[in-house]
Ligand binder design. Structure first.
Ligand code: NDP
Length: 367
């Protein structure tokens, strides 16, 4: 820790600031100019329907290509992300707090701003945000912020592979698996970007410290924790274990992606076909075909399985990398409980009937 703090010289912090701002500016301009289809969001309380340009996948591919070219021509090595990880963590935190303040100052006088009074009110407004859909130069900031979040996470992950290659001249099997799993996870996010438009965060959550810090700091800096341990791992992963982890990842991905996709298609078109047959419903509102006829939150179960699969490539020498999937499991178990409560209030008797069909929330016979 002392060595990390000593490494924080003004020069290094300025380099980290340059990397951060260059990255954010590249993604901001890219969000405006890279082509992609547009879709309409849901009707907001104000009656407004917002249009979202879904160019995240194209932008992600542009970033990967740019970084690969920069690496090839030796303009920039991705291992510098690994080298400047701690200074980047510091400047990104400063950025997240500063952005929270700016969002508050710019948003507090807008027509739909959250009403608040007194010092406690201001703190709450800073934490939860005042504006629902802050938009700068035509870019929706909530949708935009997922890009530095997930693309940043992906670049940090790749930087561990580059660092290992530079140190040893090869990639371990554990590192290859870690790279494949995490790359599929981020690629899937951008392929499913249209689904984000219908999430609670985009529809109902205001943009304050909670989302800003989560997007800019929590996801990129903490979700890559396993990469440090895969890089430091001195023993190779046994082949039988690699096969098991691939199986676990595939199962998790099938549940996670499959359940989210089925619900999304059903919401878009109640006649959608699920597993080759027309969707079966309760009262036309609740889907009871496919994964949704088996368990009430198999998308969460799948996500937990795939997180454990990619973290287990780090081995078992330390519990530290397991803090991430353990934390995520607690978050999703709690979220499943909260969502059940919310749906019981919203759908009433229909939800009770649904719980008799899809009998468990996440784990058969347990929860
Ligand atoms: P869901 O996508 O599961 O959505 C829940 C909502 O869907 C319910 O409130 C209800 O809303 C509707 N619904 C529930 N059951 C049915 C049904 N049978 N038929 C039709 N509609 C139904 O949850 P989230 O929005 O919380 O999560 C979205 C994704 O994000 C998940 O895959 C989750 O794993 C992931 N996630 C990842 C996190 C991370 O940090 N990695 C953190 C949080 C989430 P209504 O009735 O109002 O339509």
């Amino acid at each position: 820790m002392e060595a990390m703090l000593e490494s924080l010289t003004i020069r290094i912090l300025l380099i980290a600031k340059g990397i951060l701002f260059g990255f954010l500016a590249f993604l901001f301009v890219g969000s405006k100019i890279v082509p992609g289809p547009s879709i309409q969001g849901v009707k907001l309380k104000t009656g407004e329907r917002r249009s979202y340009k879904l160019n995240g996948l194209n932008l992600y591919l542009v970033v990967l290509l740019t970084v690969a070219l920069a690496h090839y021509f030796k303009w920039f090595s991705l291992s510098s992300l690994h080298k400047y990880f701690f200074p980047l963590f510091v400047v990104t935190n400063i950025f997240a707090f500063a952005m929270t303040g700016v969002l508050y100052l710019v948003g507090k006088n807008t027509p739909d701003a959250l009403e608040h009074e007194g010092p406690v009110g201001v703190l709450k407004a800073l934490f939860y945000g005042v504006e629902l859909n802050p938009t700068w130069w035509g870019v929706d900031l909530k949708m935009y912020s997922y890009r530095p979040s997930l693309i940043g996470l992906s670049l940090f992950n790749i930087s561990f592979a580059v660092a290992q290659y530079e140190q040893t001249g090869a990639l371990s099997l554990a590192m290859i698996l870690y790279q494949v799993f995490t790359l599929i996870y981020v690629l899937n996010y951008f392929q499913f970007e249209h689904g984000m438009v219908f999430t609670w965060d985009i529809i109902a959550e205001r943009f304050g410290w909670m989302l800003v810090w989560g997007d800019y700091v929590l996801v990129p800096f903490f979700y890559c924790i396993g990469g440090w341990f895969v890089l430091a791992r001195t023993t190779e992963i046994p082949v039988w274990m690699a096969v098991l982890l691939c199986f676990q990842f595939a199962l998790g991905f099938w549940l996670f992606r499959g359940a989210n996709d089925q619900k999304h298609r059903f919401k878009m078109d109640p006649q959608a076909r699920i597993w080759g047959a027309p969707a079966k419903t309760l009262g036309g509102r609740l889907l009871i075909s496919g994964f949704w006829g088996i368990g009430r939150h198999l998308n969460y179960t799948g996500e937990i399985l795939l997180y454990f699969a990619y973290i287990m490539t780090a081995g078992f020498a330390s519990f530290t990398p397991y803090l991430l999937p353990t934390w995520l499991s607690c978050l999703l178990i709690h979220r499943a409980w909260r969502d059940d409560k919310r749906c019981r209030e919203k759908h009433g008797e229909l939800w009770t009937r649904y719980t008799r069909i899809a009998r468990f929330k996440m784990f058969p016979f347990i929860y």
